[in-house]
Design a protein around this ligand. Structure first.
Ligand code: URA
Length: 434
């Protein structure tokens, strides 16, 4: 088989066979197929799409590209969650400790930033020392000991996704349904969780822009999960504005710590509780979502979730003083607050533009392997539907230099629409698929 022929067939809109998909995945993971050919195939998939059976074959080939974990010797039931990616999405940092604090083990492999969307690993690495490269043995031992792991896709689990993810980030091939489905579900299958909750985002700050696309993505993932014997539930959540207020790695960790301490913005709290509640339901701890939400809220109120987060940071080598004294997080040298040019109502936000402004500040990557500046980002002070007065603060930019601050300010100003007529607030969630 020749890779160029596989690329040409997809370029021409043909359906790839299981053998062709397996040839690509195996060859790419072994380093025999170079990035430029993989990029060409990804772009062909992005433009031509994949059939259900191609998507399933791709998912399984990726899941089997390395080791697959068997966690049955660690706990009776292990749960996992995954978000399709958004701006300011720090849900794992709150929901995972809340669930683990309730006694349900969560072993999660998270990702890095992708395009305009942030990544949990990049956020966690703003805590000095925190390791995201646990081996399988370490993953299992930690899950057994403290019931919580948040690590990267090391340990040879779905290595195909690790490589493809980094390539997609820099080749404009992120927002493709089959590529997102296979990326997420291959990791989830390889990581061995029994039950999975998917947080599917829709809107200007998500890879899926319409509710129909988001539903199709959620259904495709739920179907693949069921096909391999996993319990799966998906929530379709709004992502037309950043979730919470902070966007940017260190700033988001600080906001998550506020929520774990019982404070923080309401949209973020409610979002985290719902995902945590669903995890507790699919994990069999509670009979329904409402009881799950109540149990997760208790874990935050009693401080048990914060305690679990601290245990997680300590177990993975992070400096726990950052958990107890968030003022230790380094602060960006240039901070500027931007106010409303006129009164009115916040009518809309291009959340992807806000995410890209943070990438440009140094909070994400322009190309594979770029370093991240954990100090930079933006803190929004308004949400869609808010009534605003002239000169009221809209957002604050945290930048490494005046030059990058100026660019971010201009870009984010452009991304916020102000209207003279009243605007409805957005719902947090649109749908739930179980
Ligand atoms: N999250 C993933 O893990 N993969 C994607 O492709 C998109 C979001």
């Amino acid at each position: 088989m020749r890779m160029v022929e596989v690329i040409e067939r997809k370029r021409d809109g043909e359906e790839l066979s299981r053998e062709e998909i397996g040839f690509f995945i195996d060859g790419y993971v072994r380093g025999e197929i170079p990035d430029y050919q993989a990029s060409a195939l990804l772009m062909a998939v992005m433009l031509r799409g994949m059939t259900d059976s191609e998507t399933r074959d791709l998912t399984l080939a990726m899941a089997r590209s390395g080791e697959t974990l068997d966690l049955s010797d660690v706990a009776d039931i292990v749960v996992d969650k995954h978000s399709t990616g958004g701006v300011g999405d720090k849900v794992s940092l709150v929901a995972v400790p809340a669930v683990a604090a309730a006694g349900l083990p969560v072993g999660k492999m998270s990702g890095r930033g992708l395009g305009f969307s942030g990544g949990t690993l990049d956020k966690l690495e703003s805590i000095p020392g925190y390791r995201v490269d646990l081996s399988v043995a370490e993953f299992k031992a930690q899950l057994r000991d403290i019931g919580i792991v948040l690590t990267g896709q090391s340990a040879n689990l779905a290595p195909a996704d690790g490589k493809l993810y980094a390539l997609r980030d820099v080749t404009g091939t992120v927002p493709s349904l089959p590529l997102i489905v296979s990326s997420i579900m291959s990791k989830k299958i390889a990581a061995g969780a029994d039950a999975i909750v998917l947080d599917v985002k829709v809107g200007t700050g998500a890879f899926m822009r319409t509710l129909d696309e988001a539903r199709a993505l959620a259904l495709a993932m739920v179907r693949i999960g069921h096909a391999v014997g996993r319990r799966v539930a998906a929530h379709i959540a709004d992502m037309n504005q950043p979730l919470g207020r902070a966007v940017g790695n260190g700033l988001e960790i600080r906001e998550s710590l506020e929520v774990l301490r019982g404070g923080g913005p309401h949209d973020l709290i409610d979002h985290c509780l719902r995902i945590a509640g669903e995890l507790l339901r699919v994990g069999g701890v509670v009979p329904d979502l409402e009881s799950g939400i109540r149990r997760a809220a208790e874990m935050i109120e009693t401080g048990a979730a914060l305690e679990k987060f601290r245990a997680l940071i300590a177990a993975q080598g992070g400096d726990v003083r950052y958990v107890d004294e968030p003022e230790r997080f380094p602060v960006a040298p240039v901070i500027e607050s931007v106010t409303a040019p006129r009164g009115g109502y916040v009518a809309g936000m291009e959340a992807d533009e806000i995410g890209m402004a943070v990438v440009d500040l140094g909070g994400g990557r322009e190309k594979k392997g770029d370093p991240i500046d954990h100090r930079v980002g933006v803190v929004m002070q308004v949400q869609i539907g808010d009534a605003i007065q002239q000169d009221q603060p809209l957002f604050t930019v945290h930048a490494a230099s005046v030059e990058t601050k100026d660019r971010a300010v201009a870009r984010i100003k452009q991304a916020i629409q102000i209207s003279q007529s009243q605007v409805e607030r957005l719902p947090l969630f649109y749908d739930r698929i179980t």
